[in-house]
Design a protein around this ligand. Structure first.
Ligand SMILES: Nc1ncnc2c1ncn2[C@@H]1O[C@H](COP(=O)(O)OP(=O)(O)OP(=O)(O)O)[C@@H](O)[C@H]1O
Ligand SMILES: [Mg+2]
Length: 473
């Protein structure tokens, strides 16, 4: 059998470790390329100069995400392996891109197993010259640009609540997509808090890909050695957190748990669901019955703990002004009101926004997001609201900071694959509008230089004028 030719890409230690293993097992494999940066990896692949049979990636998720798009062009017929600690999590995350997963430490045996069934795939000389187009360089540049952004972006801390007057208008999709985009494109640490308690477990857990028994597993908290005598919540839910915090006592000079949590990031992260190294998540309740046990003060207390440890806390406020949602908005810096693009929805939008502001306290800046905007041609002329002319009036002067189009791709992806597309990994009509929203949420820090072509569908141009009219900051 021919030797399997390996392209190893990852941090220096990873490359050294794999090289060492290959040298200790001569015969089966040889290394033909190495790279220690994502852009270098993409450049080698795009140049068509490698004769490798397989690519093995040892980067963390965030770095891999910078190159998902260029790599997924290769991955259907060129095996790409990702070395991962947690197999099931990695599978869920990377399967849609046709990446293979190898357990950390067992990379070479996973690759050997793969080629055992496909000896004909080893050493195909033609593969090297598959693609080398003008766009290749652009793709490499794109990955490079993202790498740089990961390294350098400083950010203010903030709490954002997404709220809407109706069900099924994309609040949860927006919360998940924003959190994934931010944690992919920046070094920010992001925590998602779900306050929509209309369903057991809330909704977001599903939108992060957990269904059936995985939901139960995701809530489990194991007791680590370092926790000592410390009491931990019984599970990773807001209601379990609040039970613990409201039962706490400050005896004999000891910390109360909320103080402990305010000081100890490791403890807090341990009691949250980890989606990736800089993205965490807290579901609301295990069953909707628990909703009533969560008081206004509990919510405030928990948001203040989360605010301390994360750059961004993003909250799904659901669509009822429950006491919990009221106190979340009162604690927020930004209030994003979502509305469906439809006359029935516009009709009450200004009143709804105003009334919400009258009920909540605090300093949240209200802004509006329109979702599911249909193509002009698809709506009968009589029923069409021309957003450019009419929306600013309709929304009562509140700024509209993003208009997401109707997106079939997103709809199918969310409903059938439980994957919410996001800016930085997917290219759909919805994600193309995302930079607009991010630019408004983080005007100085991140997306101020986002080029117009980033937000570049005809949509943006179409709405540009009215965005300005709407007073977008
Ligand atoms: N721009 C869009 N284009 C097409 N479909 C969309 C769009 N935004 C959201 N959807 C679809 O609408 C459905 C509802 O979205 P989502 O769950 O985010 O809404 P929600 O406001 O959180 O609803 P709920 O009030 O039930 O929690 C999802 O199935 C999603 O696929
Ligand atoms: Mg929802």
């Amino acid at each position: 059998m021919n030797k399997i030719k390996l392209f190893v890409s990852g941090p220096r230690e990873f490359v050294d470790y794999i090289t060492h293993q290959v040298e200790n097992n001569p015969g089966a494999m040889m290394i033909v390329n190495v790279s220690t940066e994502p852009s270098q990896t993409v450049a080698i692949l795009e140049s068509g100069s490698t004769s490798a049979d397989v690519l093995l990636l040892g980067f963390d998720d965030r770095k891999i995400e910078t190159m998902v798009q260029p790599l997924s062009r290769f991955s259907e017929n060129f095996p790409i392996f990702i070395s991962a600690k947690q197999l099931s999590v990695a599978h869920k995350k990377w399967k849609p891109f046709y990446f293979n997963i190898a357990r950390e430490g067992g990379e070479l045996s996973a690759i050997t197993r793969y080629f055992k069934d496909r000896p004909q795939d080893i050493a195909i000389p033609e593969r090297a010259s598959v693609i080398n187009t003008v766009a290749s360089q652009a793709r490499v540049e794109h990955v490079k640009e993202r790498e740089n952004r990961i390294e350098t972006i400083p950010v203010d801390k903030k709490v954002i609540t997404v709220f809407g007057q109706k069900g099924g208008i994309g609040k949860t999709c927006t919360v998940v997509s924003v959190s994934q985009s931010l944690s992919t494109l920046t070094t920010m640490s992001v925590c998602v808090l779900d306050l929509d308690m209309n369903r057991d477990y809330g909704d977001i857990l599903r939108y992060f890909g957990y269904v059936g028994n995985d939901k139960v597993d995701a809530l489990t908290i194991e007791r680590p050695d370092w926790a000592g005598q410390l009491k931990l919540p019984t599970e990773k839910t807001l209601s379990a957190w609040t039970k613990l915090l409201s039962g706490e006592k400050s005896g004999d000079g000891k910390f109360m748990l909320s103080d402990e949590m305010r000081l100890n990031k490791k403890l807090v992260e341990h009691c949250l669901i980890k989606i990736k190294p800089n993205l965490f998540f807290l579901p609301p309740v295990r069953t909707i019955m628990d909703e009533h046990s969560i008081s206004e003060t509990d919510v405030r207390k928990i948001i203040s703990i989360l605010r301390r440890h994360f750059s961004t806390v993003i909250i799904d406020g659901g669509n009822t002004l429950s006491t919990q949602t009221v106190s979340a908005i009162s604690e927020s810096d930004d209030l994003l009101i979502m509305a469906e693009a439809a006359i029935a929805s516009f009709d009450s939008l200004a009143d709804f926004t105003l009334n919400t502001l009258n009920i909540v306290k605090g300093h949240a800046v209200p802004r509006i997001i329109i979702n599911m905007m249909m193509d002009k041609d698809k709506i009968p002329r009589k029923q069409y609201v021309d957003p450019e002319k009419e929306l600013p009036e309709i929304v009562g002067g509140f700024p509209v900071i993003a208009v997401f189009p109707w997106d079939d791709e997103l709809n199918i992806s969310v409903r059938w694959k439980l994957i919410v597309p996001y800016y930085g990994a997917h290219d759909t009509p919805f994600t193309r509008e995302m930079p607009n929203l991010l630019k408004h949420l983080y005007p100085k820090e991140i997306f101020s230089q986002a080029k117009e072509k980033d937000s570049g569908n005809g949509f943006f141009r179409f709405f540009k004028k009215f965005l300005a009219l709407g007073g977008a900051r």
